[in-house]
Design a protein around this ligand. Structure first.
Ligand code: APR
Length: 233
């Protein structure tokens, strides 16, 4: 059905999670090998960790910055960018912070959870490249600590990304989730808003998600990369 809906739809929005980048070599969070199976996110991906647990915070995020520099977008990212060029899809909403959609050429990308490609000073807000972490530079010229420009648990989502994601979701007549357990609010509300707005909802995810019951189609027997290649043919 997804192939048919893709060809018939007027406004297709793709919503991606960490499962979109596991085939690039990056870990996801909640599958058996996920990051949150080894670490407690509240102790590491939170503003508390930034204040009370700085060295572990920096070590963890330096690892993740090294990961997004070492690994690259896979074929699936490039197919989505090509589909945007050909007008098959209109935009991407991503929870991912790896910047791989943009690297693969996608233009309309709303990064709900920010990006690991940049750092900013927790005190004065000055923006730096994440190369600073690679070079083990952790402090701003003002003395404040540098942290990745991602959304930590407890922080609010970037207003402009949230607004454009909402606008795109409300225009969608086909909303495709690729590789997300849909377990984090408010990002996981977008598939529901699309569905409530009359869109067809397709969830492509290896494991069951919290909103499978709500979807018009669930595809969980194929990896995202292979599925996109098959659809692209
Ligand atoms: N093909 C299909 N599904 C896959 C693949 C793949 N190649 N690889 C992983 N998956 C599935 C996993 O089974 C898992 O259910 O992708 C899903 C990823 O879910 P999560 O690990 O929970 O990641 P995500 O939904 O993106 O997490 C949302 O949580 O910690 C926060 O900010 C972080 O953006 C993240 C948010």
């Amino acid at each position: 059905m997804l192939k048919k809906w893709l060809n018939e739809s007027n406004y297709t929005v793709v919503f991606t999670g960490a499962g979109m980048s596991t085939e690039s070599g990056l870990p996801d969070f909640r599958s058996s090998k996920g990051l949150w199976k080894q670490k407690d996110p509240s102790k590491i991906a939170s503003t508390e960790a930034l204040n009370d647990n700085v060295s572990e915070f920096i070590d963890f995020y330096r690892e993740r910055v090294l990961g997004v520099k070492e690994y690259k977008p896979h074929k699936g990212h490039y197919i989505l960018a090509d589909w945007e060029k050909r007008g098959k899809i209109q935009s991407i909403i991503t929870q991912n912070v790896d910047g791989f959609h943009q690297q693969a050429g996608s233009k309309q990308v709303a990064e709900l959870h920010g990006t690991l490609q940049k750092l900013h000073c927790q005190s004065c807000g000055k923006v730096y490249s994440s190369e600073e972490y690679i070079n083990q530079e952790y402090y701003c010229s003002c003395g404040g600590i540098l942290r990745p420009s991602i959304i930590l648990f407890g922080e609010t989502l970037p207003r402009d990304a949230f607004q454009s994601a909402l606008a795109e979701t409300e225009k969608a007549d086909l909303f495709i989730v690729l590789g997300s357990s849909l377990s984090v609010t408010p990002a996981n509300q977008f598939p529901l808003i699309a569905k409530d707005n009359g869109a067809k909802l397709v969830i492509v995810n290896m494991e069951q998600t919290e909103f499978d019951y709500y979807a018009d189609q669930v595809i969980n027997e194929k990896e995202i990369g292979a599925l996109l290649e098959e659809l692209d043919k």
